[in-house]
Design a protein. Structure first.
Length: 239
């Protein structure tokens, strides 16, 4: 039995198939990359996994249990957390209060929520700015806060949606270090990323999609050499 499985996922918006028959398995402890051109269906796949969209057909299974009909909060309670491509922190609240709000998804008292938040903030390296208003953070800080909020929900499986976008080279190194630290802590990761240096350096396996359909899956080296991936996404310069 696979730890996590996407089985024949299909999602139509009107007459448009945004995702059309995507299937993959993820092993526990793995970093699994999901790549493809803009509009290929990656974030829609995340939205179906996390309960924001109900699949038109197909299944999502976590530890052998079907979860694709569950609401988002129940999927979170099962241990699946996520970040969003467009980060929208609660700008007029501090970093700490943002993370406390996320921690309430798993605990029911302010004391416990603050305790969970402080653990996540310390783990993710935001302790120096915990009392700063979220709107005052630069993009790298907001991206890290997005991850910290997700970690405060205690995920076993974490979905990362373009957490490296907009970062400079030194910030990219720090982002990679944090992702590897999260995996080392025992959290399984599925990551969407357009920065090839990031996705190729940290992923154990990569699944490539285009026009909502799978075009390749394998190790980073195998996927980077796949002709369909080169033509649809990477380009001959990268190859």
């Amino acid at each position: 039995m696979a730890y996590f499985q996407v089985d024949g996922l299909v999602k139509y918006f009107g007459g448009l198939a945004a995702v059309n028959g995507v299937s993959f398995d993820v092993d526990q402890g793995e970093i699994f990359g999901l790549i493809g051109p803009n509009g290929s269906g990656k974030t829609t796949t995340f939205n179906m996994i996390s309960g924001y969209h109900r699949p038109t057909s197909g299944r999502v299974l976590f530890r052998g249990r079907e979860i694709h009909r569950l609401p988002t909060h129940k999927i979170c309670h099962l241990g699946i957390g996520r970040t969003f491509q467009v980060v929208k922190p609660l700008g007029r609240m501090t970093v700490l209060d943002n993370v406390i709000a996320a921690a309430y998804s798993r605990v029911n008292t302010h004391h416990k929520a603050r305790e969970e938040a402080m653990k996540a903030i310390d783990f993710c390296g935001l302790m120096p700015v915990k009392d700063v208003l979220a709107k005052a953070l630069p993009i790298a800080g907001r991206k890290r806060l997005e991850i910290t909020r997700a970690m405060a929900t205690r995920p076993e499986l974490l979905l990362l949606d373009e957490t490296a976008a907009g970062l400079n080279p030194s910030e990219l190194v720090e982002a990679i270090d944090l992702i590897q630290k999260i995996r080392a802590s025992g959290t399984t990761i599925i990551i969407i990323e357009h920065i090839m240096h990031v996705i190729m350096s940290i992923s154990d396996r990569i699944h490539a999609i285009n026009f909502g359909q799978t075009i390749a899956e394998g190790t980073p080296k195998e996927v980077a050499a796949n002709q369909a991936v080169i033509e649809a996404y990477l380009g001959t310069d990268y190859a």
